[in-house]
Write a protein that binds this ligand. Structure first.
Ligand SMILES: NC(=O)C1=CN([C@@H]2O[C@H](COP(=O)(O)OP(=O)(O)OC[C@H]3O[C@@H](n4cnc5c(N)ncnc54)[C@H](O)[C@@H]3O)[C@@H](O)[C@H]2O)C=CC1
Ligand SMILES: O=C(O)CCC(=O)C(=O)O
Length: 527
């Protein structure tokens, strides 16, 4: 089997390339290309490792015909079109913790630089001005630091600021009261933070809610003399409004690592009083870059070589240890989903996935993904367990998952219930001999069958001689029967026949079977 191919398209610590190679991938490091160059090249690769420079757009994803996974060596993934990647079945991963300490330290460094105007004092001193009387700083001790966003980085900033004897308040709608107490900070509303903070530091992603969170209006509500730090994302602050506030002296200083448009070769803030900036250096320490490079290479190669999923933003995590345990369940789930998809008529709007026994002790998200992928395969060739939940949602399907660790008649069971035009339909399957997917129930009728290759499903009235008649029709058409499985609701009632055959069954043969007395439904299946 050929090795997975990975492209590193942004500057990254060389350890990343080494790890990819050690883990069995072929790797190319080609940085600084234009989007057109990347579009021309990307079709050759299974994996793409990036930092913040490569923008993974729709056009790039359309050209990435072999791409299975994108890894961001860092946290923010606003440079990747995740919904489109999901629709293409491409997993997107980041490295959520590798550069958090470094970025938090950068925010603290910028805060201290602002408090003591270090960059300007340095420049004037080296220019021979000895400006001893030109710079009057402020202490941070006893001052209030307002965090907007108290996640990984925000909480590290909080603990460092507490070490500097600052009082920390935070606005973060998703911060629980318990966590705030644990962090020793005060959870406040945005209005309070704006009114009370001597320093404000931002640590949220850029979303519809956080875009321009420091708008002109909100900047006007800040305390006079406030100092503002942004090491999160450009776009969180209205840059033109901030410039006005710096010029007027209402904002005593601002330090930005990130800009609305990057690279920021020119910006309305350049040259403003008490404005300092760095070129998106928040994550730039040797330690952080080694961390994220190692992590992204381990994660991507684990996915490409072993199927392990870690820190994916568009699918559930699946460790390399979990992957082999889940694989037979996912195969079963896929087959059951596919059976339902092939047999159910009309739109499926409600799907129940019940997992019992041993499978329920595992991570069931991949099982759900596999059921949905199997179920929707009849709609699309590109559906897979990554994009299936998104497509299901898009199609308005309501998916319910029920997990019961207690064993029933089988040591493990996956049951799928769907509402169809004919009412609720159920199929269930188990694993025989630990990894052999086996159907055990079809629409409430017990049966035992492998779901493999070409198959024929017949629902009929239970009557003597029926099986012989079907056998003869197939025999006369030269179609060899591999396996034969029977089940019935009750004697003389509804019966089910599931056959595996060595070739696809021609329409004309299906029609002949359909016309046979006692037949209710006939359907050729393939798995
Ligand atoms: N300058 C740089 O080089 C770097 C920048 N970053 C950026 O820092 C940001 C934060 O990273 P982490 O702390 O790791 O992320 P995180 O996900 O751990 O924390 C983000 C926090 O923002 C909060 N939040 C979300 N919406 C909010 C809203 N509307 N108002 C207030 N709070 C809200 C969340 O509840 C969460 O607690 C990310 O955008 C990331 O891209 C990260 C690393 C390096
Ligand atoms: O890779 C970088 O230098 C930027 C890091 C960053 O912005 C992030 O991790 O979100």
């Amino acid at each position: 089997m050929s090795k997975p191919r990975v492209l590193i398209s942004d500057k990254m610590d060389p350890n990343a390339a080494r790890i990819f190679e050690e883990n069995g991938c072929d790797v190319d490091v080609i940085t600084g290309e234009t989007p057109e160059q990347l579009i021309a090249r990307i079709g050759d690769y299974d994996g793409l490792a990036i930092r913040s420079s490569t923008r993974v757009t729709k056009e790039i994803l359309d050209a990435a015909t072999n791409l299975k996974v994108i890894g961001r060596a860092g946290i923010g993934v606003d440079n990747v079109d995740i919904p489109y990647a999901s629709s293409k079945g491409v997993v997107v991963m980041n490295t959520p913790f590798g550069n958090s300490i470094t970025t938090a330290e950068h925010a603290i460094a910028l805060m201290m630089a602002l408090a003591r105007q270090i960059p300007e004092a340095n420049a004037q001193t080296q220019a021979g001005l000895w400006p001893k009387n030109g710079f009057m700083g402020v202490e941070v001790t006893g001052k209030t630091l307002g965090l907007i966003g108290a996640g990984n980085i925000g909480s590290i900033v909080a603990s460092r600021a507490q070490g500097l004897k600052m009082k920390v308040i935070a606005f973060d709608p998703f911060l629980s009261a318990e966590r705030a107490i644990e962090m020793g900070i005060e959870k406040v509303e945005l209005e309070q933070l704006l009114a009370r903070a001597d320093f404000i530091t931002l640590h949220t992603p850029l979303t519809a809610e956080t875009k321009n969170i420091l708008s002109k209006e909100n900047l006007a509500k800040t305390k006079k003399g406030v100092r503002i730090v942004n090491c999160a994302r450009g776009g969180l602050i209205d840059e033109a409004a901030l410039r006005e506030m710096l010029d007027s002296g209402h904002v005593a200083g601002a330090a930005l690592d990130v800009f609305a448009v990057e690279p920021a070769k020119e910006n309305v803030l350049f040259g403003a009083p008490n404005f300092i900036c760095t070129p998106h250096l928040g994550a730039s320490t040797t330690e952080a870059q080694v961390n994220v490079a190692l992590q992204v290479a381990e994660q991507l190669s684990d996915y490409l070589v072993n199927g392990g999923v870690t820190n994916a933003l568009n699918m559930p995590s699946l460790s390399a240890e979990e992957a082999p345990k889940l694989k037979p369940y996912m195969a079963l789930a896929e087959k059951l989903g596919s059976l339902v998809g092939q047999l159910a008529h009309g739109n499926l709007t409600r799907i129940g996935i019940e997992v019992e026994g041993h499978a329920a002790t595992l991570n069931i998200k991949p099982i759900t993904g596999a059921v949905l992928a199997g179920l929707m395969r009849r709609y699309s060739d590109t559906v897979n367990m990554v994009n299936a939940p998104f497509i299901a949602k898009e199609r308005g399907m309501e998916v319910r998952e029920i997990r019961t660790e207690r064993e029933g008649a089988y040591n493990t069971l996956i049951r799928i219930k769907v509402d169809t035009e004919q009412g609720e339909r159920t199929v269930a399957g188990t694993l025989f001999g630990k990894n052999q997917p086996r159907l055990v129930d079809i629409f409430g009728i017990g049966i035992e069958a492998d779901l493999d290759g070409h198959m024929l499903y017949i629902s009929n009235e239970d009557a003597p001689g029926f099986i012989g008649r079907v056998g003869s029709i197939l025999g006369e058409a030269g179609i060899n029967i591999g396996t034969f499985h029977l089940g019935r609701r009750n004697a003389g009632g509804e019966a089910v026949l599931l056959l595996s055959v060595d070739q696809a069954i021609p329409e004309i043969v299906l029609k002949t079977i359909c016309d046979t007395q006692g037949v209710r439904t006939v359907k050729a299946l393939s798995f």
